[in-house]
Design a protein around this ligand. Structure first.
Ligand code: NAD
Length: 434
């Protein structure tokens, strides 16, 4: 496996430094690790190792120059024991079946951990969206939605945005599905524009969830969120909302970064002013009163909380020994490689795993689906209040698993035990059909 493939393919919970060619092997290994903690027999977890459905589709798309290019698309439903499949659609050149299978399984754990009535799914198209015109992107999306039409739907499997896709892509998917059905069906996707049945509060939901999880995890370390020194890597949807809301909650955000580098201010950055500065200048670099620093320097800053909220594989074997945070909160999917996980565990730095830390997004996606289904939309305050309840309940369940299984140094495995137990209990109650 190339470094790039490994970094991209490794979200959520690679338990050992063993290098895997196939990211789905990481899923299998993590399932075994949690099964061992739970004392489960192989036969009990066998079904979790087999996605329910894996589909590959060929997508002929008319390009702007009149040629026809054939793209490959995927949709995997990993598990639907607790509800319809839920998971994003990724547009990226490296998308392949094994990656989509792994991402679908990670969605199963995330939805079970936050206790929303969804199973896990994921999809994607191997393409580089930055090289497609708007028209090509729309035609590709509509053909993909048409090819998986029979597999998706509010009762079956509900796509959402992921890397390389956004609300506009969801609008095209929703329109294609609705045209083929013959009626408007907003609940077929989440992460839609508000005017098409999206939910208030969805955009900031992942960042808001990170604040709740950070507060709970700091509480367990006897550190107050008020005045805690925070470093955020990545200043996109997740990172900028997390930084803004953490500062609003009284924390001191001392450094943030984007792909071009970071900025630091010892007594805290004024995040609302920084957001205005970025929208005017298109960059966070040169923000008055801040000092520049590289992303590597940023990750090594002494702080209470480090929130990697950019990309996969950012905390790795080469830099994990330099991390000087007291707590790591995984804002991105898979920011910590298996090797770094091991090093941080040995160094006693707790890592709150992505399936817990960034699950605010899927919680509000669930709320969006609920609102679409009954056609009545909640005010933002209600969305945020319900998000708080869901996130705290999930953290309470995680905390109980940490204590029960003595996993204070391995929050990732503790989170997996909660998720797997919930899915397996539902399976036992449903029994084996036919
Ligand atoms: P985004 O594209 O809005 O932002 C990504 C940010 O990371 C940008 O500021 C970019 O400049 C920065 N970045 C890219 N490469 C970097 C590097 N090498 N060093 C430092 N910064 C870098 O994406 P997003 O929606 O904020 O998602 C970020 C991560 O969170 C992804 O892993 C995504 O899968 C995950 N996630 C997102 C959501 C959501 O609701 N958006 C939910 C769950 C998980």
């Amino acid at each position: 496996m190339s470094v790039q493939r490994r970094a991209r393919g490794g979200p959520a919970g690679r338990p050992s430094p063993a290098i895997h060619e196939n990211p789905f092997d990481d899923v299998l290994e993590q399932v075994d690790r949690a099964a061992q903690v739970l004392g489960l027999a192989d036969a009990e977890v066998e079904l979790l190792k087999h996605p329910k459905r894996q589909v590959i589709v060929s997508l002929p798309v008319m390009m702007d120059d009149g040629s026809v290019q054939v793209f490959t698309g995927y949709r995997v439903l990993h598990d639907n024991t607790r509800g319809p499949g839920k998971g994003g659609v990724r547009y990226h050149p490296d998308v392949d079946l094994d990656e989509v299978k792994a991402l679908a399984a990670w969605m199963s754990w995330k939805c079970a951990l936050v206790d929303v009535a969804f199973g896990g799914a994921k999809g994607g198209v191997a393409c580089d969206p930055s090289k497609l015109s708007d028209g090509e992107l729309e035609r590709l999306t509509r053909r993909y939605a048409a090819e998986i039409f029979e597999l998706i739907g509010p009762n079956l499997d509900i796509p959402a945005p992921d890397v390389g896709t956004d609300a506009r892509v969801m609008a095209w998917m929703m329109d294609t599905y609705s045209m083929k059905r013959g009626y408007v069906e907003p609940g077929v996707v989440t992460g839609k524009p508000i005017v098409l049945g999206g939910s208030l509060g969805r955009e900031a939901a992942t960042g808001r969830g990170i604040v709740i999880v950070t507060r709970e995890a700091l509480h367990d370390l006897n550190i107050s969120l008020e005045g805690a020194r925070i470093v955020v890597q990545g200043f996109g949807n997740v990172g900028s909302n997390a930084a803004r809301l953490l500062a609003e909650a009284g924390a001191t955000v001392v450094a943030v970064s984007d792909v071009r580098g970071g900025i630091y201010r010892a007594d805290g950055l004024d995040i609302p002013t920084l957001l205005r500065y970025r929208s005017e200048h298109g960059t966070i670099g040169g923000f008055p009163g801040s000092e520049p620093l590289t992303n590597e320097e940023l990750l090594a800053l002494e702080c209470d909380v480090l929130v990697p909220a950019a990309l996969e594989g950012q905390l790795h074997e080469g830099n994990a020994a330099q991390i000087r945070a007291r707590l790591v909160i995984e804002g991105a999917n898979g920011p910590t490689t298996a090797e770094a996980d091991e090093i941080l565990r040995e160094r006693g730095i707790p890592v709150v795993p992505d399936i817990m830390a960034n699950s605010g997004g899927v919680v509000v996606s669930y709320f969006e689906w609920v609102q679409d289904r009954y056609g009545f939309f909640w005010p933002e305050a209600e969305v945020n209040h319900r998000l708080e309840e869901k996130m705290v309940a999930a953290y309470v369940a995680l905390r109980a698993a940490i204590e029960r299984h003595d996993l204070v140094r391995d929050l990732r495995t503790a989170a997996y035990t909660v998720a797997m137990q919930r899915i397996l209990e539902a399976r036992r109650l449903r029994g084996l059909y036919a």
